[in-house]
Design a protein around this ligand. Sequence first.
Ligand code: UDP
Length: 309
Amino acid sequence: MKILITGGAGFIGSNLCERLLNLGHEVLCMDNFYTGSKANIEKFLGNTKFEVVRHDISEPFNIEADFIINLACPASVPYYQKDPLKTMKDNVYGIFNVMENVRRLNIPVLHTSTSEVYGSPSVHPQPETYNGNVNPTSIRSCYDEGKRAAETIMFDYHRQYGADIRVVRVFNTYGPNMLEDDGRVVSNFIVQALKGEDLTVYGDGKQTRSFCYISDLIDGIILFIDNKNDFTGPVNLGNNYEFTIIDFAKLVISLVGSKSKIKSVELPKDDPIRRNPDLTLAKNILGYNPKINIEEGLKKTIEYFERVI
Ligand code: UDP
C-alpha cells in the first residue's frame, strides 16, 4: 500500500514510517516541521519507497494514496499551547482536509485522537464509553476540544458519506525520537537526570499517568490498520500500568544512576489528576497487548537521549 502519514516526521510519525517501510509499504510523509524533525526521517531519505512533502494540513491538499494515517498536530502541552488557535485549526481544518482526500479517493483513514478527550476524568480507568470531563474554555481546550471536534467530524463523514474510518485514542507514549525540549514528563525527567539537574515535579506529584513504549503503540496501530471487521473505534491504545509522577521521577533517577534531586514546581492549570486507559476493547477486538515494561522502555529511551544531548 501507499500510505500517507501526516505528521510523519514527529515522534510517533517517524517510528510509524520506519515500521511501515519495514513491512514493505510505500510511505508518503507530510509534515510542516513545527514539532516534526528532519533528523527523525533522515535515515529513510535514500529509500525509494519513502517520499516527504512539506505541507501544513490546516491548508487544503490533494494527494494520491491507498490509506491515510493522521497524526499531524503538536501534542505536548507547551507546544500545543504556544499558538492555541493554530492548534485548533490543525485539528479542525486539518481533519476536513484529510477527510476530503479520503472521500475523493474512497480510501480508509486512521486518525490518532488522544486520552485528552476524557479531560480530567471522573471515571477511572477510562473506557471508550466514558464521555469525559472537559472544560471548553481552559488553556488545554485548544487541544482537548480540537481533538474532540476532530472525532465528531470523522464520525459525521462516516455517517454521511460512509467513510471507512478508524479512530485511536492515544494515551501517554514515550520512546526514541521524542524532542529533547518537548516538555513532556518523560523527556523532561530523562534529560534533567542525564544533565544532573533537578527533576521538575509539578505540584505534589501525586497525579498519575500510565506510560506506553512507542513500539507497543505502533503494534496497536498496525493491528487496527489490518483489522477487517468494520470496527471504527474509538479505541484506547496505551499501557495501563499506572504511576504517580513522584514515583516516576524516582524511577528515572535510579535508572539513569543520576545524582539529581526532585524539586516541586507549580502545577499547571487544569492538569488532569489521574489517567489510565481501560484496554478491554483494544484487547478484545484487536488482540492488543502491550509488551514492553517500563524499565525496559525507559532504558531504551535513556540510551536515545544519551546519544542526542
Ligand atoms: N509533569 C511534571 N514535570 C514535568 C512535566 C510534566 O511533573 O517536567 C507532569 C504533568 O503535570 C502531568 C504529567 O507529568 O501531570 C504528564 O505530563 P505530560 O506533559 O507528559 O503529559 P499530559 O499532561 O498531556 O498527560
